[in-house]
Design a protein around this ligand. Structure first.
Ligand code: ADP
Ligand code: MG
Ligand code: MG
Length: 883
């Protein structure tokens, strides 16, 4: 097996398409070298090495060592230096690189190959002793931390103490001799911590670093990240060994990170930060505040330090040309790392940049308009789940703001929550339904779970490319970073801004668009649905086949859904209408009646109210089809349960308390989910469904008379298991329609169909379709009944099941294609063979889940139905499923 692939130095064995084998970083380094860009040469140990390592009891393949030696020799040739050679030392970086980028999760070691001899050699060769020992001390600290497990604070304390003793405030004030003595102290400290000398042999260093990268694949934080992002452990990571270039060789050297467009807003124009006389990690770690890449950015931020465009015009121009080349080549926004060594530009990384939902949308639409990608491609570029962020409120610009302080607008969106300072606590509180804002001096990979649990994040330190900013943008959490006026006191659980103190548990609001932190809960406004969003939706609508409907029963929800582009109602749950204050008394009266007459009298009171509900919905929905489900839950749900509630209800309604109590006891079931509900109620209490059918048809006739358009009702009978149930109820409903037509002279337009939510119904679909004019897959109940799993009780063990890999995903969130999905396929096939034009849709929670929507497209359903806020997500997902 070929375990090692070389890149740069004239010929690259890999390319961008080999990301699975070489990891994202390695594949793109090879690709950039192939494009003729200046990439320091190196080689990549493949992800297969990682998999083999873990499959084989953490031992490397036999032939690996030889291949690494050969690649190293080739690298020495390409650079004209030798690894471990005191007179002309080659230094390398050892960098991890998984298939999917995992920012900050895996560790990198720079300046590897240094020891007392090679450091002297580097000093002579470069003519810069200060640089050589600055590199050496960085190496000892990084290697000790990443590979040997010595905490970096050990070294920071030494450096801080040294600076105090000498009255230095900045690292740049240290002289060559200062660094030499720091290095000695570092080595002594490492030896003390380790109980043995810091390794001086470059080969030992190299294999130590390689082992650390593979080892970091299985750390808790890497596992957490993989779990949150659905990355399988079996992918493994690659390791890149690359010749060092130095951004810390004085004032003509620099290092930086950049995006080819603004990753926060999507605006065109380069975007990035750089540091003079520094190495890569400095920019991200927030040790020094980085400077702006461009003049435009500097002006916008009001920064006084010179931009790279001003300070290093030649390197900047070269860099800008590389940006354009890379963006055209990858036809996507790139996230880039570069270093300038004594005026010479080197490219160290490129990848498709992470971006906010807003930026993803703008970049996709802009690139399609620029002709860089097609409109279909643009539709594919936006993650439907991410779109969610754009559909939620932002701060009302007109609302009053009690501005506490401001920082950098690191990740947009607005959020309110109570202040917490600890990631574990943030997670705990979020679990119990609290909205929290995580406040940290800065974040590290250990905070990922807390950031995920929080509504938003505030950091006191760090730039636009700091850990907090990058991770928050990826997660879609609003974030204000580098709010420098905030003084956090973790021990006292509070922070101060000047004289104002904000305590743990107090409510604050952050505005990721402006970088403001506000006291209290601020007013939010509805999202903007025109502009780029509108354009993308038009392209998505053109590409999709399935219709998108909504699950809604209130006029407000119907209006929201129509605004979001719903093409009908897929599920109107009529029981919600039974609970309204003006009719719950009549509903209870109906339930208490001992005979049909009594029930009819009570239902007569409900009829006009229910008719009015439907009329309101039809007015909003126009001629869009509306699937209305007749009463579904067991009657027991409408009765008071506790003695106290019974007394209250008795008092309010004048119904006798003892009767209420007796009836409630009477109706109680041990398994209500499988009990007297759905069409079983319709069969035993015909008058209930007859009233509901009448309310629907009369409302249709009335609205048609009033408006001239013809509402389309799809009357849905729930929980059918036997074809006869549907046959009987269909005849009754059709009878009501006929009666209403005769009485009113109108002609309600309707279909009668059923919900497929029991395995038996799915299997009997062929016969059921003889009467059903449509099927709607009620996948919530179908999942419950197929798994024999109660959604309300599964929470207690479901997470354990998922962790153990027994279930791959929560089947109530993502449709179980293998089992439940098979029933859906069977029902669709059998139903359509009886009735070729049978309408098929889905109305479970899955109707708004992109992966489930993909399944619905595959299965040939006519529509999906989801909650109003998910309608645009479903429109996009349905388009992607088709493309
Ligand atoms: P991460 O995935 O955390 O960004 P990287 O491997 O990209 O880790 O490296 C961390 C930093 O070190 C980056 O800023 C990168 O540019 C810098 N770096 C990596 N390799 C080299 C090298 N060969 N020469 C100079 N700088 C390097
Ligand atoms: Mg990187
Ligand atoms: Mg159901």
């Amino acid at each position: 097996t070929k375990w090692v692939y070389a890149f740069g130095g004239g010929d690259s064995e890999g390319e961008a398409g080999m990301r699975e084998l070489l990891g994202g970083k390695g594949a793109n380094l090879a690709e950039m070298a192939k494009l003729g860009l200046p990439v320091p040469p190196g080689f990549t140990l493949t992800t297969q090495v990682c998999t083999a390592f873990y499959d084989n009891d953490q031992a490397y393949p036999d032939t690996l060592n030889g291949q690494v030696e050969a690649a190293l020799a080739k690298l020495e040739g390409a650079v004209g230096k030798a690894f471990g050679d005191p007179s002309n030392p080659l230094l390398v970086s050892v960098r991890s690189g998984a298939r999917a980028s995992m920012p900050g999760m895996m560790d990198t070691v720079l300046n590897l190959g240094l020891n007392d001899e090679t450091a002297e050699g580097l000093a002579k060769l470069s003519g810069d002793r200060r640089f050589a020992y600055d590199s050496y001390r960085r190496f000892i600290q990084m290697y000790s931390d990443v590979v040997l497990g010595v905490d970096h604070s050990v070294f920071e304390d030494i450096l801080d103490g040294f600076k105090d003793d000498n009255d230095y405030s900045l690292d740049t004030e240290l002289s060559a001799d200062d660094w030499v003595s720091i290095v000695a102290e570092y080595k002594a400290a490492a030896a003390r911590e380790l109980g043995r000398d810091f390794p001086a042999d470059p080969r030992e260093q190299l294999w130590g670093a390689i082992g650390a990268v593979f080892g970091s694949w299985m750390t808790d934080r890497a596992k957490t990240y993989r779990r949150l992002h659905d990355i399988p452990a079996s992918w493994g990571t690659a390791v890149n060994v690359q010749a060092m270039v130095f951004g810390n060789m004085g004032e003509t050297s620099a290092t930086g990170v950049a995006f080819t467009r603004d990753p926060s807003t999507g605006d065109t124009g380069y975007y990035g930060e750089y540091l003079v006389n520094a190495q890569g990690e400095d920019v991200v770690a927030g040790i020094r505040t980085p400077q702006c890449l461009t003049e435009a950015m500097r002006e916008k931020m009001g920064d006084e330090n010179p931009s790279m465009e001003m300070a290093m015009p030649e390197s900047y121009a070269e860099l800008a040309a590389v940006f354009d080349k890379l963006e055209r080549h990858y036809t996507d926004m790139q996230d880039i790392e570069f270093t300038v060594e004594r005026g010479r530009l080197w490219m160290l990384q490129t990848r498709n940049g992470k971006r906010t939902a807003k930026a993803a949308l703008k970049i996709a639409v802009d690139m399609a308009s620029e002709g860089l990608i097609s409109t279909d491609e643009a539709v594919m570029r936006v993650d439907p789940a991410q779109l969610d962020q754009l559909l939620h409120p932002t701060l009302d610009p007109k609302a009053e703001r009690d501005v506490l302080t401001s920082g950098l607008p690191a990740s947009p969106g607005a959020a309110s929550g109570t202040v917490v300072f600890d990631s574990d606590e943030a997670e705990e509180l979020a679990k119990t339904g609290h909205k929290v804002i995580l406040v940290r001096i800065e974040t590290s990979p250990e905070d990922i779970h807390g950031m995920h649990a929080a509504e938003g994040i505030i950091t006191a330190r760090g730039g636009m490319t700091s850990h907090a900013a990058v991770v928050a943008r990826g997660m879609g959490r609003p974030c204000v970073s580098g709010a420098g006026q905030i003084k956090i006191d973790y021990a006292a659980k509070q922070f101060a801004v000047g004289r104002r103190i904000v305590k743990h548990g107090e409510m604050v609001t952050i505005d990721g668009a402006s970088g403001q932190v506000l006291m209290g809960e601020a007013k939010m406004i509805k999202p903007e649905l025109t502009g780029d969003f509108g354009k993308l939706m038009v392209w998505a609508d053109k590409a999709r086949r399935m219709k998108i409907r909504t699950n809604a029963e209130t006029p407000a929800d119907c209006e929201t859904a129509v605004e979001f582009g719903a093409e009908g109602i897929g599920l109107c749950r009529t029981e919600h209408m039974f609970f309204d204050a003006d009719r719950i008394a009549a509903v209870r009266e109906m339930i208490l009646s001992n005979d049909q007459d009594g029930r009819v009298t009570a239902l007569d009171k409900i009829l006009p109210m229910q008719r009015d509900d439907f009329a309101q919905i039809f007015r909003i929905m126009g001629e869009r089809p509306c699937t209305i489900r007749l009463l579904d839950p067991p009657l027991h749900e409408f009765l008071p349960h506790t003695e106290e509630d019974v007394a209250d209800v008795a008092k309010a309604t004048g119904l006798p308390a003892d009767q209420l109590m007796a009836r409630a006891r009477d109706l109680a079931e041990s398994n209500p989910m499988l009990g007297h509900r759905g069409c079983r109620l319709g069969i035993t209490y015909p008058e209930i469904y007859e009233m509901q059918a009448r309310a629907i048809f009369e409302a249709q006739v009335a609205v048609e008379k009033e408006t001239g358009f013809q509402p389309l009702a799809e009357v849905m009978i729930p929980l059918v298991a036997a074809p006869a149930e549907l046959a009987i109820l269909k005849a009754r409903v059709a009878g009501v329609a006929k009666a209403v037509a005769e009485e009113s002279g109108g002609e309600p337009k309707y279909l009668i169909g059923t919900m497929i939510e029991l395995p038996r119904a799915a299997l009997m679909a062929g016969l059921i379709a003889e009467d059903a004019e449509f099927f709607s897959f009620g996948t919530n109940d179908l999942t419950q009944t197929t798994f024999g799993l109660s959604r309300d009780d599964a929470g207690k063990f479901l997470s354990e099941y998922i962790e153990a890999g027994i279930f791959e995903k929560d089947p109530f969130v993502t449709l179980d294609r293998d089992g439940v999905g098979d029933l859906v396929r069977i029902a669709a096939e059998r139903g359509r063979s009886t009735r070729p034009n049978l309408k098929l849709g889905i109305c479970g929670e899955h109707g708004g889940d992109p992966s489930s929507i993909d399944f619905c497209e595959e299965t040939g359903l006519d529509y999906v139905s989801c909650s109003p806020y998910r309608v645009p997500i479903a429109r996009l997902a349905a388009a992607q499923a088709r493309l």
